[in-house]
Design a protein around this ligand. Structure first.
Ligand code: ADP
Ligand code: MG
Length: 726
């Protein structure tokens, strides 16, 4: 049984001494089929019946009831993965796809990547012809449609976590509805943790046979069956969606608020966790924070407390802080799910990945910072940024619910009750309504959907955002005058699993002779943070960065880092000494090889030659970056002095977004983020990779490259002009 299983040996330094548990038991020779104690198991027959008879089944159920892990196993066992077919389960997050796949493989008693596998961008564990249950991100399934528009290898597609309303999930639902009309044998299951069910049902109902007609057909089928006739074949399913609601088992959760607002929620969260611990009652703690840096900060502080408390005695349990976020190596992610060793109290600091996608057993206390990191898009400026925003009340309720799985629990919200009621939105705005749609429009075009305005949306994106995306694609020469994909750029970009700007930079690098370097750079930029900030070592990290920094900016700096790391023989110790994330570097190398393979396969690079390299001439790298990122060009404007700043403060260099014409009426304050090597320097013109919004109203550019204005004029004469000599 899992509960008795100890921790697997993890990376050194993370496990308390003496915690190396026994090896895992040997693999079972036969399948075990799931966990019959989960609530969803009571609905097994009903779900199988509905899937057999309905084209679409919507499953709504409490988080942790077994929707994601069990339903695919029911289908597998019932024969839906026979005759070479496969069952797909989509997830908005890659961590969910990989961890859940690992769990299900374990439940079935097979090796991950055989019967059960996963596919996420730049990484998969699959065996062609053998994998029957495939967990994949919604984005990867969309990509598969480019090669196989009707997704013919799948008999059932489960769109999981539909309530998240991720951009790719929303897009997928529209496309699957189209596919269903051509493939009556395909079954869809849409699973949601909250009551988005009515909206989903209406969406899949519209344009199908009426309920009355369907009922008549069912009666006829029943009559035929009663008369000894054959039941209707599964290739003629009822088109009205069926809805199942899975009743979970939950215990009451008491919610607590702060008396007065906390100035720093990371510190407040750590303090709350330590206070809970010092009450000395049993139960694990789950802390919700917004991202990797906050989580690492909190885990560092918790480790300090753990050491202090361990030496003070008097407490029956020791604190065991564990992080959980997307950039974490797989083995470390799995540690969170191992049952807490005797004598310890697990404190998991997680992003909202633990809100509904993953369930950690044993949690009795939830500490919720009540914030979430969100994409946010301003179609006026075309600026897409990441913003730490108040979470929705619906999400906060889900987070609180995580405390009530074992027994009655407690949730500590790190805000006042009044702020909670007044400041938090009821539900989150779907991602489609707050994103740059360039990537999405490119993909729809590549799938042959020419009129993106008329696409069947679950909720249509804002028209301005669509227009803006078409303009940008036009500027990138992805679309021609008739808004069709161009052969040289459009089709090539659609073939690459990259965000269009990075893809364009990579394509441009071929003529600039720096393809070798750009392959590495786009791989590094497409994955997580390469720098691994360590608790209390801010200065040391700065110094490490300074060793590789160049005036050309963050892109070239990353290439320097990568070259030096390669020179060290890809040494993990070297990476650690320089505050680098070894895992991210290794993954980037892998992604780079995959990109190279893809480019060769699509004839974008000759297969028999090495990609051209510019050696040490980094100007061509900067030009290639500019070729993909000219939409993100900003020029230095002025220095802003802060009257309250300490003496000697040199002020903040302020930038202006070049193509933003409403700066006067709707000014935006743009500066370089302090993680950039160009922070505090004053390049006259830059392009950025991403933008983050700070809470004091600044937009902060990350991944900054210095460019020359002439390049921009050369690259996009339709957008940039020489200033008038007046
Ligand atoms: P749902 O999708 O309905 O939220 P899941 O199928 O994800 O539910 O989870 C069902 C159960 O499986 C949960 O009780 C959870 O504890 C367990 N579980 C899921 N993933 C893992 C894992 N990686 N390790 C251990 N237990 C897991
Ligand atoms: Mg789930």
């Amino acid at each position: 049984d899992d509960k008795d299983r100890d921790f697997e040996p993890g990376p050194p330094g993370l496990l308390p001494d003496g915690l190396r548990g026994p090896d895992l038991p040997p693999m079972q020779p036969t399948y075990r089929f799931g966990d019959p104690s989960l609530p969803v198991s009571r609905y097994r027959r009903q779900i199988l019946y509905l899937v057999e008879n309905h084209a679409t089944t919507i499953i709504v159920g409490e988080t942790g009831s077994g929707k994601t892990t069990q339903v695919p196993q029911f289908l597998f066992e019932a024969g839906w993965a026979e005759n070479g077919f496969c069952i797909a389960v989509t997830q908005p997050r890659r961590v969910a796809a990989t961890t859940v796949a690992a769990r299900v493989a374990e439940e079935l008693g097979c090796d991950l990547g055989t019967t059960v596998g996963y596919a996420v961008r730049f990484d998969n564990a699959l065996t062609a012809g053998r994998t029957r249950i495939k967990y994949l991100t919604d984005g990867v399934l969309l990509r598969e449609m480019l090669d196989d528009p009707l997704l013919t290898s799948y008999s059932v597609i489960i769109v999981d976590e539909a309530h998240e309303r991720s951009l790719a999930t929303d897009m997928l639902l529209g496309l699957l509805k189209k596919i269903q009309r051509r493939r009556p044998d395909l079954r869809l299951i849409i699973s949601s943790a909250t009551l988005e069910a009515t909206k989903l049902k209406d969406f899949f109902d519209a344009g199908t046979v009426t309920a009355a007609a369907a009922a008549a057909k069912r009666r006829a089928a029943a009559a035929a069956a009663a008369a000894g006739g054959v039941p209707p074949p599964p290739s003629d399913p009822d088109r009205t969606p069926a809805v199942v609601t899975v009743e979970g088992r939950t215990h009451p959760v008491q919610v607590h608020y702060l008396e007065s607002p906390a100035p720093n929620y990371v510190h407040a969260a750590v303090e709350a966790a330590v206070n809970i611990h010092c009450e000395d009652l049993p139960g694990d703690i789950l802390i919700f924070l917004t991202g990797q840096e906050e989580i690492q900060g909190a885990v560092g502080l918790l480790e300090e407390h753990a050491r202090r408390l361990a030496s003070s005695r008097g407490y029956s349990l020791k604190l065991l802080p564990l992080p959980l976020y997307a950039g974490l190596p797989g083995a470390q992610q799995q540690m969170v799910f191992r049952s807490t060793p005797r004598g310890y109290r697990k404190v998991v600091a997680a992003t909202n990945i633990a809100e509904t996608s993953l369930t950690i057993e044993g949690i009795v206390y939830v500490v919720d910072c009540c914030f979430v990191k969100q994409r946010c898009y301003n179609p006026l400026s075309g600026l897409e940024s990441l913003l730490v925003a108040p979470v929705s009340k619906a999400s906060a309720a889900q987070r609180a619910g995580r405390a009530g799985r074992m027994r009655a629990g407690h949730c500590f919200r790190l805000c006042t009750e009044e702020d909670f009621t007044k400041q938090l939105p009821e539900v989150a705005v779907p991602e489609m309504q707050r994103s740059n749609l360039v990537g999405m429009v490119l993909q729809l075009k590549a799938l042959g959907i020419d009129n993106v305005m008329r696409f069947e949306w679950l909720a249509p994106p804002p028209a301005e955002a669509l227009v803006r995306a078409l303009e940008e694609l036009h500027a990138l020469k992805v679309l021609d005058e008739d808004a069709r994909l161009t052969r040289d750029v459009g089709l090539a970009l659609a073939a690459l699993p990259l965000e269009p700007g990075l893809g364009a930079a990579l394509l441009a690098s071929r003529d600039l002779g720096c393809c070798e370097e750009m392959l590495t750079l786009v791989a590094l930029l497409s994955l997580q943070q390469v720098w691994a900030p360590a608790q209390g070592a801010v200065r040391a990290l700065e110094e490490a960065k300074a060793k590789f920094a160049t005036a050309e900016g963050d892109g070239v700096t990353l290439l320097n880092v990568h070259r030096a790391w390669r020179g060290s023989g890809r040494s993990a110790a070297w990476a650690q000494r320089h505050f680098l994330n070894q895992h991210a570097l290794l993954r980037a190398d892998d992604a780079r090889d995959q990109l190279l393979g893809l480019m060769r396969r699509h004839g974008l690079l000759p297969a028999d030659k090495l990609p051209p390299s510019c050696e040490r001439d980094m100007e061509s790298v900067c030009r290639a970056v500019a070729a993909g990122r000219f939409m993100n060009a900003a020029v230095f404007e002025r220095i802003e002095y802060n009257p309250l700043a300490p003496e000697g403060d040199k002020g903040t260099p302020v930038f202006r977004l070049v193509r933003y014409t409403a700066q006067r009426t709707h000014p935006i304050k743009l500066r370089i983020h302090n993680s950039s090597v160009l922070w505090r320097s004053m390049p006259s013109c830059v392009v950025y990779n991403t933008v983050q919004q700070a809470d004091n109203g600044w937009y902060e550019m990350q991944g900054v490259t210095a460019v020359r204005p002439e390049w921009l004029i050369e690259l996009a004469p339709h957008m940039f002009h020489k200033p008038n000599p007046t």
